[in-house]
Write a protein that binds this ligand. Sequence first.
Ligand SMILES: NC(=O)c1ccc[n+]([C@@H]2O[C@H](COP(=O)([O-])OP(=O)(O)OC[C@H]3O[C@@H](n4cnc5c(N)ncnc54)[C@H](OP(=O)(O)O)[C@@H]3O)[C@@H](O)[C@H]2O)c1
Length: 332
Amino acid sequence: MKALLLVDDETEKIQISEVDNPKIGPDQVLIQVKAAALNRRDQWIRQGMYPNIQFNTVLGSDGAGVVVEVGEAVENALLNQEVVINPNLNWGMDPKVQSSEYHIIGMPTNGTLAEYIAVDANRIHPKPEFLSWEEAAALPLGGLTAYRAVFGHGELKHNENVLISGVGGGVAQFAFLFSLATGANVYVTSGSKEKIDKCVELGASGGFNYKQEDWQKESLKLTGGFDLVIDSAGGDQLNDFIKMMKPAGRIVFYGATNGMPSKLDVFRMFWNQITLQGSTMGNDLEFEEMLGFVNDHQLKPIVDSVRPLDEAISAFDDMREGKQFGKLVLKI
Ligand SMILES: NC(=O)c1ccc[n+]([C@@H]2O[C@H](COP(=O)([O-])OP(=O)(O)OC[C@H]3O[C@@H](n4cnc5c(N)ncnc54)[C@H](OP(=O)(O)O)[C@@H]3O)[C@@H](O)[C@H]2O)c1
């Protein structure tokens, strides 16, 4: 089958290759992948900036497809089902935090950027019927990460002021859609005016360009402060968020694209009862809840573009440049 492999090559670390079809174990199913999507994680891996790099692995954590074979311990009724894949492996027993055996499909375990993938039968869930293959494939990793950040940790409520930072990101656009569906007053930041305008068109109460000076003051004037900020950029901007919070506000971050802050305004944090909460992916129950939320609100992920697997490298390049708004999807 055709697959996108991580390879030990000086010039380019990802390559479309011919590999053997996966073989399934007794508790597994074979899925013919219809569409898959990229996450920043895949690009970090390509750049060698992810722990425990393992070459000759099929990349990709997001996918949707059809069950074409079931293992001997798996019920036959799953055959021909249209499914999305939960990329969590071995979350473990504690719903709050992943176990030390936890990992994500798409390194070290082979991923979704291939014509077929073998996964444990308990990783698959019915594809929301109202979504196309491309939209369904966009859901898993980003949807789960946003769901835990916004609801699990963020505890967002109707009418609260929430700021989604870097809304062009694959996870951030889910945080944006979930927050809108909750009836919160949703504000966004982006480095792109077009992305901000698009969000206002979709229902955002306002947006700010983080590349402009004084956007922080402008946002405080307009909103009166935020109950919740959802961020994945990190860096010194964290101190701006601390200044922008209402008393008892919550800042939830699930990434640190811009690295560590050089200092942290702990004085303002303790005086104003500010919570700074890290978050990563989510447990299996949250994955099911996220799918339920998407179904209940008929939410369609924002898809930046769809292209064939053969053009995967150009999708990775777009992600590296931060050009996209929403998910970069590959039709398999
Ligand atoms: N912990 C987890 O489970 C988990 C899961 C998924 C992702 N992550 C991490 O979260 C980060 C984002 O992932 P992703 O898949 O959503 O990536 P992505 O699709 O590549 O999005 C990155 C976005 O970051 C935004 N950005 C860049 N500089 C910024 C700044 N100074 N302030 C605010 N936003 C800024 C940009 O938004 P604009 O285009 O709007 O300017 C860009 O689109 C990555 O670091 C990733 O590793 C962690």
